[in-house]
Design a protein around this ligand. Structure first.
Ligand code: UT7
Length: 340
């Protein structure tokens, strides 16, 4: 049997977080006429008051680069210190080359491993899990993990089930070495029976020249809202309990809860079902950011730390869930006070 030496004995942690929200704030009032809705209905059923949408001149990579620069600086690093770039996104409009390579090129990060993760709203937690394992095993030292989306490009503004839910933005963290365990085991999984419940359709594979045009084939996001809502409330609460148990913790050890920002009623329900104590500070970034899929957890983390600086270095439960249906989560120690 081969004996492999030079395996670094080290743990991993989130060194920093950075965020970028596009400038334009879109209130509910701008969307309601086309879907026969009201500001009150949207606030009551989802918690969303406003969201940010990028203009035509701002791409998902522009947002990712902006968030990454902040995260790298706050970690006390320079782009050349990054050896792996992982980009979780479902709205980068090219199949290949990947969004992560575009970020690496723009930041002049040379020779880094670079790949994208397609796990929708769970993509960030999948990526943090991978990054942590790469650092612990010695495959990487400083991993830039990005969750970024420009979902406004893939919305049907006449769809009553989606148009008002989604927002644009990007969040990034740097995962690097630690002298203690600061990222717990990642629980990841799927419920592929419900694979069709959220989907970007039609698919380009259905394109038939002369039958449909590029315009009619442009994909938009669809979801069976009620089905996903029920799944999230029942199944994700169990996942949350499993994450806490696998970390050797109890709900009393959790200081902050930063779930995927899909619907404020889902967030409330999960908080209750997991029996998180009242002392836990719960991220409700959805109110002003909407659902930004893979970007929602790092954006919410950044906002929570700005509002509650006392949470730096404290335990947070992260859980992402979405199209697939897939989920992933872990307990992390929130990044320390930024170095820069
Ligand atoms: O990020 C990926 C994960 N995604 C999610 O977790 C999404 C989970 N689902 C949801 O957040 C919710 O299902 C929605 C916000 C999408 C919809 O809320 P809901 O409470 O499930 O609404 P519903 O479809 O059960 O409809 C309830 C009522 C219906 O009226 P009646 O039949 O009770 O009179 C609908 O016609 O609300 C009506 N309705 C609306 N009214 C105003 C449905 N959509 C709208 C709307 N505006 N946009």
């Amino acid at each position: 049997m081969a004996i492999i030496n030079n395996i670094p004995a080290r743990d991993s942690r989130i060194l920093s977080v950075g965020a970028h929200r596009p400038a334009r704030v879109v209130p509910n009032s701008e969307l309601i006429d086309r879907i026969d809705s009201s500001d009150e209905w949207i606030r009551q059923r989802t918690g969303i008051e406003t969201r940010h949408w990028a203009g035509p001149e701002e791409t998902v990579v522009d947002m990712a680069v902006a968030a990454s620069k902040i995260a790298i600086k706050r970690a006390g690093l320079v782009p050349q210190d990054i050896d792996t770039v992982i980009f979780a996104t479902i709205t980068y409009p090219y199949q290949t080359p990947s969004a992560s390579t575009e970020v690496a090129a723009r930041l002049e990060i040379k020779n880094a491993a670079a790949f994208d993760i397609g796990a929708a709203c769970a993509g960030f937690s999948y990526s943090v899990g991978l990054a942590s394992d790469m650092v612990r095993s010695g495959s990487a030292t400083n991993v830039l993990v990005i969750g970024g989306e420009k979902i406004s490009d893939f919305l049907d503004l006449d769809d009553r089930g989606t148009s008002f839910i989604f927002g644009d933005g990007a969040g990034a963290v740097v995962v690097g070495p630690s002298d203690h365990v600061a990222i717990g085991p990642t629980v990841m999984g799927s419920d592929v029976q419900n694979r069709e419940a959220i989907a970007m359709l039609p698919s380009w594979i259905d394109f038939k020249p002369g039958v449909n045009s590029a315009e009619t084939m442009w994909p938009v996001l669809h979801q069976e809202g009620q089905k996903v809502f029920r799944w999230a409330v029942y199944e994700i609460a169990k996942v949350g309990k499993e994450i806490i148990a696998k970390s050797g913790l109890t709900p009393m050890d959790i200081d902050a809860f930063i779930p995927h920002q899909a619907n404020e009623r889902i967030i409330e329900s999960l908080t209750k079902s997991m029996e998180l104590p009242d002392s836990v500070i719960v991220a409700r970034d959805i109110r002003t950011t909407g659902n930004t899929s893979a970007a929602s957890i790092p954006l919410a983390m950044d906002a929570l730390l700005a509002e509650h600086p006392e949470l730096h270095g404290k335990n947070a439960l992260l859980i992402g869930f979405g199209a697939g249906l897939v989920y992933a989560g872990q307990v992390v120690e929130l990044p320390p006070v930024p170095k820069n």
